[in-house]
Design a protein around this ligand. Sequence first.
Ligand code: UN1
Length: 509
Amino acid sequence: MTRPALPTTDELRARARTALDRIGAVVPEGGDFQARTPLTGEDLFGLPTATEADTDEAITASRAAFLTWRTTPAPRRGELVRRLGELLREHKGDLADLVTIEAGKIRSEALGEIQEMIDICEFAVGLSRQLYGRTIASERPGHRLAETWHPLGVVGVISAFNFPAAVWSWNTAVALVCGDTVIWKPSELTPLISLACDHLLARAADEVGAPRDVHRLLLGDRAVGEKLVDDPRVALVSATGSTHMGREVGPRVAARFGRSLLELGGNNAAIVAPSADLDLAVQGIVFAAAGTAGQRCTTLRRLIVHRDIADTLVERLTAAYGKLPIGSPFDETTLVGPLISAKALDAMRVAVSRVQAEGGKVLAGGNRRLSEAAPSAAYVEPVLIRVEAQTDVVREETFAPILYVLTYDTLEEAIALHNDVPQGLSSSIFTRDQQEAEIFLSSAGSDCGIANVNIGTSGAEIGGAFGGEKDTGGGRESGSDAWKAYMRSATNTVNYSSELALAQGVSFL
Ligand code: UN1
């Protein structure tokens, strides 16, 4: 089937300009930092970057704003986030355009990313009236024992290209209602959507009368991130990206007794049991493995299939992979857009060759597409590979659409294989056997932060906490009580009697 042509870089530049203009964001042009698009792999605009002095000034301003913001009542702080949510709704289409242009997401997923931002704003507004502390029964007469939650300080947000706006909003919406101020260092690959988000938040701040410096954006490279990591005025560093990055950030922040919240790599698996509804499983697997061109931290990377159904399932997946429409993410029929860069394609090829050298069999996909139309872009068919064992390469996260298929005989063996990777983000089981599902969700089952039944590993909704264990970094963001990471608690003992009673029965004087 012939697919519609890719847009040209000029067309994409114009479309990005229109979106930014409608949003009202001013793009400070003329630096040597290039905004680029993976749709053609070419540059869009040059932008200036933050210097060390800019970063220092941003931290000073953010700290000053914090001193006001922390005493603003939380429900009033919620008004800022409510307004941000309204502006995101109003500009949803243009924001999604920027996500597509810079991150290569298909329209439906780009719109989904903006929806996820609106959802977290609504969640955070509700939270602004629910920052609950507990009252604890005191052992002493005439005493009240309570826990209170206070704003923490300046939060440094370091985000990745693949959710260039939603992950920022998870952190920012929650941090703001918690009374913190935010400095954002986005991925170097997605500066335009960051400028748009920063502009909308600044506008919301003006409209509700919040200090402008509750949020600062710093476009720049590693040096900006390093300053946020090392500066003791930054109370919390929330970093999303590779495990490699987290291994540097975590210890450096800890060395100054700062807090970090890490959301790192995943190597997510699904177990497909003999009783699984295969129609449902095929749909769930293909979205989780090939959606977002395999570039979600929750992407399905390993399939652990019961031997009795492996051939049938593999046949159905091979057929589905063969039909995946790959091309311009602006084309409504496309399901797989480009990889973020040629480097990502190289990493994918290296992983596939390593697995093949170990005896892995490619069942579908793996060919580069559109290399003539867009030589600098990286369009590729998602690849399905049958492997005999979980070797080192299978245990690594390759940020590309590769799905390794393994087989199992007993559930115990499947769970052991499932957990035998360094990462622990997301997981799922497809089964109609309730006992199997419950075992998978139990303490002896999946060791991940997210464990699902009859749904793939990706596409978590706002409300639940998001994050994972082991090399994934241990952080929890967005939903549930993840807000506590953005606040500090204080335990208060109040004596309203006239006696000085000491705890543990101690007597003195
Ligand atoms: C990420 O890939 O960094 O659960 C976040 C999901 C999305 C978020 C992914 N809601 O796939």
